[in-house]
Design a protein around this ligand. Structure first.
Ligand SMILES: *[C@@H]1O[C@H](CO)[C@@H](O)[C@H](O)[C@H]1NC(C)=O
Ligand SMILES: *[C@@H]1O[C@H](CO)[C@@H](O)[C@H](O)[C@H]1NC(C)=O
Ligand SMILES: *[C@@H]1O[C@H](CO)[C@@H](O)[C@H](O)[C@H]1NC(C)=O
Ligand SMILES: *[C@@H]1O[C@H](CO)[C@@H](O)[C@H](O)[C@H]1NC(C)=O
Ligand SMILES: *[C@@H]1O[C@H](CO)[C@@H](O)[C@H](O)[C@H]1NC(C)=O
Ligand SMILES: *[C@@H]1O[C@H](CO)[C@@H](O)[C@H](O)[C@H]1NC(C)=O
Ligand SMILES: *[C@@H]1O[C@H](CO)[C@@H](O)[C@H](O)[C@H]1NC(C)=O
Ligand SMILES: *[C@@H]1O[C@H](CO)[C@@H](O)[C@H](O)[C@H]1NC(C)=O
Length: 790
């Protein structure tokens, strides 16, 4: 019975995952950043772009697919339109963003593509100016076409066929522009201050770097959309027969020189659908749009007070929930408290957080006594009942549900009700025996699933509560964790936390301890010393709030154990943005999949950025711990080799290959003690800014691309810790993984020597050391690729 119910429910699935419903894409979530001022034209232009894009897509893919249904999440302060209440849609889940320009890319439409060939990307970014300014249609092409170009990056993981860094290459002694197909015709010109000169070449016959390839406006080919969708004749993705395998572009580099169309039909998430779908015989319906808006955050904590929570567990639950109520929930949001065991109980109805007193009042009501059974449905139903008390609805509200046990009742009785409530249900799986339904519940409601062990030392329960944030796209209003660390202390627990200039407001040091309060010393960078008198101590939780904005620099903490034997302590330091106009450095941590069946290695990914700027050259470590006792530390790298798709994009990654069954927590620590550099590299995966076209033999230049700021910025030393969603490995892996593919091989001729350079792969993907290399050469690329062993 349970299996049938779960099967039926998973067909509903989370509402924020793009799906193909027949021939039409649905559940496409487009989000508008809260920094975009209200403007109805933006909505109209989005609609027109997607309506036109749908027709273009339909033609390009053999009348097989089109855009069917799109949800547009508008900012909370837009008021003139009529907007439905958002259910589980949030800014972060948006796959298309309308936001301020990227500092280095300006109005260039691009897709945040972070993994390899054929893998879905994170999101497409368009600026309001791109949508509203019709002058840009000349340089990027009609918006509907640009949308399809970006969609191909987003959905099918294909790459660009142009290359701004290597705009030409030598083929059989001839200079060729980097393009697909080779049939695209045009001329090289040098463009200086918007005037044209013939393109000069150097001794080697290479065009000077200021030369641009200007295409003829009229072409005889319909390919390719990933090269220049702006050309009128271009209506197709490059096919295998016409594909230019020699061009030094990302499509060839990342996709083993396959044509874009081949990747779409053979490697993408839609490969099976695209091959089995029948072309439609009539024109598809126009896409439909639903405008939605999120209300204020309304959260109910549903806490476990069953017998198994007795003792240290219920104490730890109180300590961790205290941090949530003190630091994570924002002013002007609502919180309620519910407990459950054999019966469920409302400890506090929905309360507006408006000053410290309202937080203190909730903290004082956190439960301290545990007994009885684990009636999960009673807890969930009571939570939903409380959420209904404000507007009789639960749509868009949140539950944070914690349990350490297996359900005494039948969860299938209330599962469907919970999923259909429209509430986001985050679940915390506490200790080794928590019910497996928690993961399914979070998955089905777009909530977060986090597991935590029961020691103070690991600080995992605090981290779980600290990660229960909802982003509205504005990092200025988000809590940021600077440190989370634990120790079993006999005498001193000392350390340093670097506070950088991007944070400092509402900075708090929270120490939880086992038995007896330690003596506290906290020293600011300028030497002010705070002690016991400057802290509060409630329920073995010492809190020190830095007055005003914390000074940037190194803060030293020292806690002296005052008990006769060792006791466990854990420190959490939280802060927030210091300036209204400076985005804090933030970190997000994810696995490439939430569940593994042990057949493929998993990828650990951490993104370090300041708004859209990647933060480079910092030390990033991931800690993966399972309820089955596995503990793995991995240094994540942004080197463009092995697991890491792109060098210097601020995404640090590594393979996780030791797949042993269990539920795993994921924590990432980022440290930068040498003064971090923020840098804005060349963009990849986006629409090309075309400098001009040749129309009837005459050059028509487009306006020059506006200059953008690419100066690196020094942010100074900083530390961050972040807890990602937990993941599940269902089976032990019995496979021996091969070394990962080498993706960064370069060859350079030095006199009579060819110098080869690559990042060494490991024995299992990027773990360990590969035993040996086999090097072969040939005169023809195709032969090397298709017939390597001969
Ligand atoms: C909404 O917030 C943004 C950003 O803070 C602001 O620019 C805008 O004026 C606000 N109001 C409306 C109606 O857009
Ligand atoms: C593009 O042209 C090729 C042949 O040149 C043809 O097979 C294909 O159907 C065309 N695609 C579209 C979308 O028109
Ligand atoms: C959509 O297509 C129509 C008709 O071809 C065209 O007039 C309009 O400019 C297009 N709009 C966009 C946003 O591409
Ligand atoms: C381009 O124009 C600017 C100012 O109009 C001038 O300073 C510069 O020298 C010109 N560059 C060239 C290469 O002519
Ligand atoms: C800590 O609190 C004490 C007593 O309230 C006060 O005298 C002292 O100035 C505070 N320390 C700092 C560094 O502000
Ligand atoms: C910890 O710091 C205190 C002063 O803040 C110092 O007296 C003590 O020696 C330090 N302990 C260790 C083990 O470093
Ligand atoms: C940070 O706090 C200062 C006062 O200490 C205040 O002026 C500033 O606006 C705050 N910054 C933010 C982003 O709230
Ligand atoms: C090989 O490439 C790496 C990364 O680009 C570079 O740091 C290194 O200096 C190169 N080594 C040689 C010998 O060129």
């Amino acid at each position: 019975m349970l299996a049938i119910v779960l099967l039926f429910l998973s067909a509903l699935g989370p509402v924020t995952t793009i799906r193909l419903d027949g021939n039409g894409y649905t559940d496409i979530l487009l989000v508008i950043s809260p920094t975009v001022p209200e403007n109805e034209d933006i909505i109209n232009q989005i609609k027109e772009m997607i309506v036109n894009g749908s027709d273009y897509l339909f033609e390009a893919l053999d009348h097989k697919v089109f855009f069917k249904e799109v949800k547009i999440l508008v900012p909370p302060n837009w008021t003139t339109g009529k907007y439905d209440r958002a259910t589980t849609e949030t800014f972060d889940k948006g796959r298309i963003r309308i936001d301020d320009p990227h500092p280095a890319f300006g109005d260039d439409p691009y897709t945040h593509q972070t993994q390899g060939c054929g893998i879905e990307a994170e999101y497409i970014h368009f600026t309001p100016n791109f949508l509203l300014n019709n002058d840009l249609i000349k340089v990027y092409g009609p918006r509907g076409r640009v949308f399809v170009h970006e969609w191909a990056h987003l959905r099918w993981g294909v790459f660009d066929e142009y290359n701004k860094k290597e705009p030409f290459y030598l083929s059989a002694g001839q200079i060729q522009p980097t393009r697909c197909t080779e049939e695209i015709s045009g001329q090289w010109y040098e463009i200086i201050n918007q005037s044209l000169r013939p393109c000069q070449t150097d001794e080697a016959g290479k065009p000077k770097s200021s030369c641009e390839f200007l295409p003829d406006a009229v072409q005889n080919t319909n390919a390719s959309i990933m090269y220049m969708q702006s050309l009128d004749s271009v209506r197709a993705f490059c096919q295998e027969e016409e594909h230019n395998t020699e061009a030094p572009n990302e499509q060839n580099e990342k996709c083993s020189r396959k044509a874009t169309r081949t990747v779409i039909f053979q490697d993408s998430v839609d490969k099976d659908s695209l091959r089995s779908l029948k072309p439609l015989t009539s024109t598809p319906p126009a896409p439909t749009f639903k405008l939605i808006q999120r209300g204020r955050r309304v959260v109910c904590l549903v806490l476990d007070v069953s017998g198994s929570m007795h003792g240290s567990r219920i104490k730890l639950q109180k300590q961790a929930a205290t941090i949530f109520l003190n630091q994570i929930i924002n002013e002007q949001e609502f919180v309620a408290l519910v407990t459950f065991s054999t019966e469920a109980q409302i400890l506090n109805r929905l309360t507006l957080i408006d000053k410290q007193a309202s937080r203190d009042n909730l903290i004082s009501k956190l439960p301290t006594v545990a007994n009885g059974y684990t009636y999960i449905c009673k807890g969930l139903r009571k939570g939903l009942e409380v959420l209904r008390t404000d507007d009789s609805k639960t749509i868009g509200d949140e539950i944070i549900f914690l349990t350490d046990g297996e359900a005494t009742d039948k969860v299938q009785d209330c599962f469907q009700e919970a999923v259909q409530s429209g509430a986001i249900i985050h679940t915390i799986s506490f200790g080794p025996n928590a019910d497996n339904v928690l993961k399914t519940m979070a998955d089905e409601t777009d909530g977060r699933f986090v597991r935590a062990d029961e020691t103070i030392l690991s600080n995992q329960l605090v981290d779980a509560f600290s990660s229960m944030t909802i982003s509205d796209g504005n990092s200025i209003t988000q809590p940021i964790q600077l440190e989370s660390t634990g120790k079993s202390v006999t005498d001193w627990f000392n350390g340093t936390v670097s506070v950088d200039r991007t944070v400092g407001n509402r900075t708090t040091f929270t120490l939880i301890y086992e038995r007896r309060a330690p003596t506290v010393y906290i020293k600011s960078p300028s030497g002010l010393v705070y002690d016991q008198r400057n802290t509060t101590d409630i329920a073995n939780t010492i809190t020190f709030t830095v007055p005003g904005t914390a000074e940037p620099g190194d803060w030293q903490y020292s806690f002296l154990n005052s008990d006769t034997s060792a006791q466990q302590m854990a420190l959490t330091v939280m802060s927030r943005a210091a300036h209204e106009d400076v985005h804090p450095v933030t970190v997000t941590a994810t696995m490439n999949q939430q569940t593994s069946d042990g057949t493929k290695p998993m990828l650990v990914l951490a993104e370090v950025r300041q708004k859209y700027n990647p933060v480079l050259e910092v030390s990033v470590w991931a800690y993966l711990e399972s309820d089955t006792g596995i503990s793995v530390e991995l240094q994540l790298l942004d080197n463009g080799a092995g697991a890491d798709a792109f060098k210097d994009d601020g995404i640090y990654s590594r393979y996780f290959t030791k797949l042993i069954r269990g539920k795993y927590s994921l924590k990432v620590r980022v440290k930068n003690q040498h003064g971090g550099i923020l840098s804005s590299p060349l963009r990849h995966s986006g629409a090309l800014y075309v400098p001009g076209y040749i129309v009837d033999g005459k050059v028509e230049l487009n306006p020059p691309k506006p200059p953008v700021n690419v100066e690196p910025v020094d942010v100074g030393s900083f530390t961050r810790t972040v807890t990602g969603e937990s993941f599940v490995v269902e089976r032990d892996s019995t496979l021996n993984f091969p070394p990962n593919k080498i993706t960064d091989l370069t060859a350079e001729i030095q006199e009579d020597t060819v110098l080869l350079n690559w990042t060494a792969p490991g024995e299992d993907y990027d773990q360990g050391t590969a035993q040996s290399y086999e090097i072969r050469w040939g005169e023809d690329l195709q032969t090397l690729q298709n017939n390597f062993s001969s």
